[in-house]
Each structure stands twice: as structure tokens, then as C-alpha cells.
Write a protein that binds this ligand. Structure first.
Ligand SMILES: Cc1cc2nc3c(=O)[nH]c(=O)nc-3n(C[C@H](O)[C@H](O)[C@H](O)COP(=O)(O)O)c2cc1C
Ligand SMILES: [Mn+2]
Length: 494
């Protein structure tokens, strides 16, 4: 067995506790790791976005807290680059020494696989109630919301945020990270791609001609944000999963106007209704593909009925950049875990590792390693990876490899692809798959018509099953030989 193969060495034992309850608790932990820098006086118009672009591209860069932003009260802050350095493992509640692939596996095996659901408990008070603004006092412009990229069409308060909605037919609560742009002091625009759970809720409200209640949570604890921006199953509230991951229910308060729950310890909550008819221009916004693909379009708008915020609130900022970036870093970890769960639940055996690659922001390039057991096994794993819940939206390429390949290493994955596949016979194409207006390769005419689909390539880069025993041997040393060589000659690299 190759030493790079990820084993289930983390086992199924109980995961360590998450070491924080809210964003401030998280910040204390990050400070204890020595990984927080405070910047005073940077402008929301340009400098916060400019500095963020620099740190978000470096996985060892610190978390940065911007304070004393001109135009906002002192103490109103913006926090960026939470997922990097030693904070990465701390955020998911695991020891620092786990590699990114091991972290994913630990998260999957110890937090996800049990699929425990613990619903939140309702409380009537909490720090989020320190300031409640209604009527004329509503002013979303008081927060230091940055313009994240120089060509953005507005200030996006909702990046490291999530929107709470309720299914009007079925009653379940969803959390989804859908970007939120400030329109004016009392209105924000929310963009939700087709097929997302919040979009399904919204489409139902629009079909009824009714306003949709929404609570936008800005500055929730990072774990809740991570689960809100990841594809958890339809019909089950992310709040219940989070309770399960933490081993304790989340504490929520019901909004006065919508009755929707939001965490009692969040930093800022915007509560209101999306009008079924009103549309205002939204975008452009620098997107996770590295482009401004969806440009400016009329999108639904939320009328704010109440703003709740803690004293000295903190905006969690997660603006997408050209990948690989921070967004790709955290999504690779969480989505790889969920992808492996999805594939296993579809009944595909012996998938030994998966990696949703950073360069495709954990969507457009998926690596899947299988221990081939039967003819067709590799194609089955590839097609399921391409079409399961977490793989289906906005995917492009799936590469299936044998279990000796470290799927998380881009060079190794591509080496396997170019040496073990045959272009004419190893690639399957799926047409008309679930895509998005954010796809830069969508043709202008399909974009115009709302045809938001694309195609997928599934590349079988396994040693062909029927003659796998005759496939040339690799010339790399065995794991034992490699270990011996490193022990003896590793000093040459120092
Ligand atoms: C920083 C960030 C911003 C995002 N913005 C959007 C967005 O504007 N619209 C959207 O549909 N999805 C967006 N997503 C992706 C969704 O959050 C993700 O697909 C999530 O699974 C949606 O929740 P749902 O599965 O409950 O629909 C974003 C993700 C991240 C990490
Ligand atoms: Mn959901």
C-alpha cells in the first residue's frame, strides 16, 4: 500500500469538542495561537478588500481584524481569513498535526458519519439582543461593510454569512450562504443560484405571491458558517446537523417579525422579507470561479424590518478570490468529506479517498480514488461523484484513480490522469447538468435564455480493469523504500 493512501486511521471515536461557541470565542482561540493581526483605520472603499486579497491567497497568513474603519463607530469590526494556519484545524475542533486530507477524514468519520441531528433550543435573550433597531433606526450602512473587489457593484455585507429561510409547504428551516449586497440603508439584495435550498423556498413563496421571511446572520460562529455554505441534505435543517456536530443544541432566538430562528450569540442579524415582485440590480461581484460571470442582473430584494447586533459587532468576511484562496481552502476540506459520504451512501464500495480541488474552488475538479473490485467500478464511482448532491452543482471534471494515488496532490493526480487514461476511450461526457449563471463558460445566448446547464467529463484514469495486472510498474520507491531513503538522505534537503 502506498504511504500516501489515506486510511481511516482516525477511526470512529468521539470527536474532540469544538473549542468555541461564537465568533468571539473563536477569535480568542485564534489569538491564543498567535495568529491574529489587528489593522486600524483601513477604508471600506478600498483598503480592506486590498489587504484581504493579499492574505486570502496565503494559507499561512494570519487572520486579520479591521477596526476603526472610517465611517463606522470604533469597535465595529471586519474579520477576514479565518481558515488558515493552525486555525484551520482548530475551527473544526481537531489537533493541529492533522494534514488537510486527514482533517477531512476526521471531520467525516467523527462528526458527519453518525448523522446525529440535535435540534436547536429556543431562548428569549442573548448577546444578539444588545441592540435592536427598528423603524427609522434601521440603518445597515452603519456597519463597516467593505467593497471587496475594485469592480464590485456594491458593498457586500453577506459573504461569511448565511440566510435562514423556511419552506412554506414543509416547514423546515434552511441555512444557506447566499451573497448579500447593501442596496441602501433599509434594503439588501440577495443572490441565490437555481437549485439551492433557499432558492427552492423562494420560488415557492414567489409562486404563491407572498413575501418570503429571511434572517441574514452576519458574524455567526465559523463552524455554523462552514455548514451553511456546504451542501447538507435537502429537507433537514443545518441547525440540527450543527447540534449533532457539537454534541449540544444551538441556542436560537425567534425574530420578532418573521418568527425565524437565529443564533442568540451571532454578531449581526438582518431580519426582513423578500418581496415577491420587487427586483433591483445586483452585482457584479467577484465570484469563486475567479470571474465576474453573472455580472449585473435584477434580483430580489429584502426589506429590513429589524437589525439586531451585539455591542462592537464583527462582520465575518469571506470574499471569493481567484482560486486557490481561503474559500477554496475551507470548501476543499468540508466538501471532500461530504462528497465521500455522498458516494458511500449511494452504495459505491471501496472509495479510499476523495479531494475536491482548491484550484476549482472545490467544485470544478474532483479526484476520486478507488480500490477497483469489479469491472465498471471506476465508472460507477466517477459518475456518482459527478452527480451526487455535493458534486452536481457547477462541476466540470472528475478524475478517478487507483488507490495508490494521493488525490489531494494536484501534480500526482494529473500525472495519473495523463499516464493511465487514453483520451479516446477513457472520458465519459454528461450533458445538461446542473450549473449556474456564475459559470464563465456559459455561452452568452444560453445565459440570455436562462439555460444554466453545462457538461461534465468523467475521466477514468485507473489502470484498465481487464488488464490491470499487465500495466507497467511505477518506478517510484515503495513506501518502505521511500521512508528508508528519507531517513538516510533527508539531510541533503536541509
Ligand atoms: C463565501 C460564499 C459565498 C457564497 N455565495 C453564494 C451565493 O451568492 N449564491 C448561492 O446560491 N450560493 C452561494 N454560495 C454557495 C452556497 O452557500 C452553498 O451551495 C450552500 O450549500 C447553499 O446552501 P443549501 O445547500 O442549503 O442551499 C456561497 C458559498 C460561499 C462559501
Ligand atoms: Mn440546505
Amino acid at each position: 500500500m502506498n504511504e500516501m493512501l489515506v486510511k481511516d486511521k482516525v477511526g470512529k471515536t468521539e470527536a474532540p469538542a469544538i473549542p468555541y461557541a461564537d465568533l468571539r470565542g473563536w477569535l480568542k482561540q485564534a489569538e491564543a495561537l498567535g495568529e491574529v493581526r489587528v489593522v486600524k483605520g483601513a477604508s471600506w472603499e478600498k483598503e480592506i478588500g486590498q489587504a484581504s486579497e493579499v492574505v486570502l491567497h496565503d494559507e499561512n497568513a494570519p487572520c486579520v481584524v479591521f477596526d476603526e474603519v472610517p465611517g463606522s463607530p470604533k469597535g465595529f469590526r471586519v474579520l477576514v481569513n479565518f481558515f488558515g494556519g493552525k486555525r484551520r484545524n482548530m475551527t473544526l475542533g481537531f489537533p493541529a498535526e492533522l494534514s488537510k486530507l486527514e482533517l477531512t477524514e476526521a471531520f467525516r468519520a467523527q462528526r458527519m458519519a453518525e448523522n446525529r441531528l440535535i435540534p436547536p433550543v429556543e431562548v428569549t435573550d442573548g448577546p444578539i439582543m444588545e441592540n435592536v433597531l427598528e423603524g427609522d433606526d434601521i440603518d445597515v450602512l452603519k456597519f463597516p461593510t467593505p467593497r471587496w473587489h475594485s469592480s464590485d457593484g456594491g458593498r457586500y455585507i453577506g459573504t461569511g454569512s448565511y440566510d435562514v429561510t423556511r419552506d412554506p409547504d414543509e416547514g423546515w428551516i434552511n441555512l444557506g450562504t447566499y451573497r448579500v449586497m447593501v442596496q441602501n440603508s433599509k434594503q439588501v439584495g440577495i443572490y441565490i443560484s437555481p437549485g439551492k435550498h433557499g432558492r427552492i423556498h423562494r420560488d415557492k413563496f414567489i409562486a404563491r405571491g407572498e413575501p418570503m421571511p429571511v434572517c441574514v446572520v452576519v458574524g455567526g460562529d465559523p463552524l455554523t458558517f462552514l455548514m451553511a455554505c456546504t451542501e447538507l441534505p435537502y429537507g433537514v435543517s443545518e441547525f440540527d446537523f450543527l447540534g449533532g456536530f457539537r454534541g449540544a443544541p444551538m441556542q436560537v432566538i425567534r425574530g420578532k417579525h418573521t418568527g425565524l430562528p437565529f443564533p442568540a450569540n451571532a454578531e449581526i442579524v438582518l431580519e426582513g422579507f423578500i418581496d415577491p415582485k420587487l427586483r433591483l440590480d445586483e452585482g457584479p461581484f467577484g465570484e469563486w470561479t475567479g470571474y465576474y460571470a453573472s455580472d449585473v442582473r435584477p434580483e430580489p430584494v429584502m426589506d429590513i424590518k429589524a437589525i439586531y447586533h451585539r455591542n462592537d459587532p464583527i462582520i465575518l468576511g469571506c470574499p471569493p478570490q481567484r482560486p486557490p484562496d481561503e474559500l477554496a481552502r475551507y470548501r476543499a476540506v468540508t466538501r471532500s468529506a461530504i462528497l465521500r459520504e455522498n458516494i458511500a451512501k449511494a452504495g459505491v464500495p471501496d472509495v479510499t479517498a476523495v479531494w475536491a480541488h482548491e484550484v476549482g474552488t472545490a467544485r470544478m475538479l474532483l479526484g476520486v480514488a478507488v480500490k477497483q473490485r469489479y469491472p465498471g467500478h471506476a465508472a460507477q464511482a466517477g459518475h456518482v461523484a459527478a452527480m451526487c448532491h455535493v458534486g452536481a452543482y457547477a462541476g466540470k471534471y472528475v478524475i478517478v484513480v487507483d488507490e495508490d494515488i494521493d488525490v489531494s496532490d494536484l501534480d500526482t493526480l494529473i500525472w495519473a490522469m495523463i499516464t493511465r487514461s487514453d483520451p479516446a476511450t477513457s472520458i465519459d461526457i454528461i450533458h445538461n447538468a446542473w450549473s449556474t449563471p456564475l459559470d464563465p463558460r456559459l455561452t452568452p445566448w444560453d445565459r440570455e435564455k436562462g439555460n444554466f446547464t453545462n457538461s461534465r467529463a468523467i475521466i477514468d484514469a485507473c489502470r484498465p480493469y481487464h488488464w490491470r495486472d499487465q500495466f507497467p510498474k511505477v518506478n517510484a520507491p515503495s513506501p518502505e523504500e521511500a521512508a528508508e531513503a528519507r531517513k538516510k538522505w533527508g539531510h541533503l534537503l536541509k
